[in-house]
Design a protein around this ligand. Structure first.
Ligand code: GLU
Length: 433
């Protein structure tokens, strides 16, 4: 690679945000980029390019509410980098969606796809709306209109959305239908995470939780910790948390705590995870079924072997990182650890396995779905799960090599793997014109 100088990295911004706990996803994503770049001999011009998204689309999405009034929402699609392939990443419906959040989360998707060696770049989008305040018909109208507003910038070879916070397979089905109707041809490959009956993949919904479980098993093995002697606390019992909990439970681990927004169920003897409905099966059921309820904050500092934050971003902060008693943290959510908390946990030798590896099963099975759509040939669930396992193990091995050779954190090792691959692709392609 050409230059050894990282002189034009904006480290002043890096320091400025270091003291702030209200760091945005974009600030965190940039900081992580500088951190990884500092370990590598990368052309500083490439790092400079990667600080910025390629394009950010902002649209207004008017819908008719059920009472006949018109309301206008703002939607975004941030396309970060596409050097390795089409943009890929979720669409979220959440009141706090902003332009910068989409850019930061889009950057994470670039790293996540590169860590998994998928032929995709990164993107993220969403609408600033509270989906809980929309009826199903309103959500459908919002999705169809949003699809229309984004029609020129998405597509199976260009940018492929998927579910994220507040969106689900049904949302992807509406999006695929709206796009297909306008294009005049059924185009399943325009989105992933669809229901299998219209070209979705078996195993896609379970995949982020499955990859969290696979990585937890691999990291426990690495630290010589048999799963049947391992206790686990999981924040969140949605698709990621519940699937990870049930698989780890099946594989012998003792799940001592799970939670929903109202609090956590705690049983030091182990929870029968199959008997507690996930958020998708019955919203907010965890606390209803619990005999012993503790708070979500207490869950994060339980004396367990493995802590899996699988609900929201920024839950491990400078306020509670000293009190985290787990030896291993496996990030199920995107961005659950603030930068300050990350430094505190690193100083305390708590191993933090980053989101861009741990929950990457979602986008990996999205890739399998896209292949199935393009080839018009569905895979069996067994094949999906086997290939996911193979991909997770390959990514784990690549990261383990960097971790051992460079004596860095697991997060840095994952970023080093991702950034090297992206930088090499940029180097090979060069700058146009
Ligand atoms: N939204 C998911 C993520 O954050 C999946 C993205 C995808 O499948 O494209 O990884």
């Amino acid at each position: 690679m050409a230059s050894t100088s990282n002189s034009n990295l904006d480290t002043s911004t890096d320091e400025k945000v270091a003291s702030s706990e209200s760091e945005s996803a974009l600030e965190t994503a940039r900081r992580q980029l500088y951190h990884a770049a500092a370990h590598l001999d990368i052309d500083s011009n490439i790092v400079e390019r990667l600080k910025y998204p390629k394009k950010v689309h902002e649209v207004t999405v008017p819908i008719k509410r059920d009472d006949g009034t018109v309301e206008v929402f703002t939607g975004y699609r941030a396309q970060h980098d596409s050097v390795r392939g089409p943009h890929k990443g979720g669409l979220r419906y959440h009141p706090e969606v902003t332009r910068d959040e989409c850019v930061g989360l889009g950057m994470w998707m670039t790293w996540k796809c590169a860590v998994m060696d998928l032929p995709f770049g990164g993107a993220k989008g969403g609408v600033a709306v509270n989906p809980k305040e929309l009826s199903s018909a309103e959500k459908e109208r919002l999705t169809r209109r949003f699809a229309q507003e984004l029609r020129d910038v998405i597509g199976p070879n260009h940018d492929i959305p998927a579910p994220d916070m507040g969106t689900d397979p049904q949302t992807m089905a509406w999006l695929m239908d709206a796009y297909s109707m306008q294009e005049g041809e059924t185009t399943p490959g325009v989105v992933t995470g669809k229901p299998p009956v219209i070209g979705g993949s078996e195993g896609r919904e379970e995949a982020p939780g499955r990859s969290v479980a696979i990585i937890t098993q691999l990291v426990c093995e690495y630290y010589d910790r048999p799963l049947d002697e391992t206790t686990v606390a999981i924040q969140g019992y949605g698709s990621v948390g519940a699937n990870a909990a049930r698989l780890l439970d099946d594989w012998g681990a003792t799940i001592v705590a799970i939670s929903d927004v109202n609090g956590a169920m705690y049983d030091p003897e182990g929870i029968d995870t199959a008997s507690v409905p996930s958020h998708d099966e019955e919203p907010e059921a965890v606390t209803k079924y619990a005999d012993n309820v503790i708070s979500n904050d207490e869950l994060l500092t339980l004396d367990v072997d493995v802590l899996i934050p699988a609900a929201l971003g920024n839950v491990l902060t400078k306020e509670n990182a000293e009190a985290v008693a787990a030896d291993l943290v496996v990030e199920g959510a995107n961005g659950p650890t603030t930068s300050t908390a990350d430094s505190i946990l690193a100083e305390r030798d708590v191993a933090v396995i980053p989101d861009i590896l741990a929950n990457a099963g979602g986008v990996t099975v999205s890739y399998f779905e896209w292949l199935q759509d393009i080839n018009r040939r569905a895979w069996s669930l067994e094949r999906v799960n086997d290939e996911l396992e193979t991909e997770m193990q390959a990514a784990w091995r690549a990261i383990k090599t960097e971790f051992e050779q460079r004596d860095v954190t697991w997060r840095d090792a994952a970023y080093i793997v991702a950034l090297s691959r992206i930088a090499e692709a940029h180097e090979a392609r060069g700058l146009w014109p």
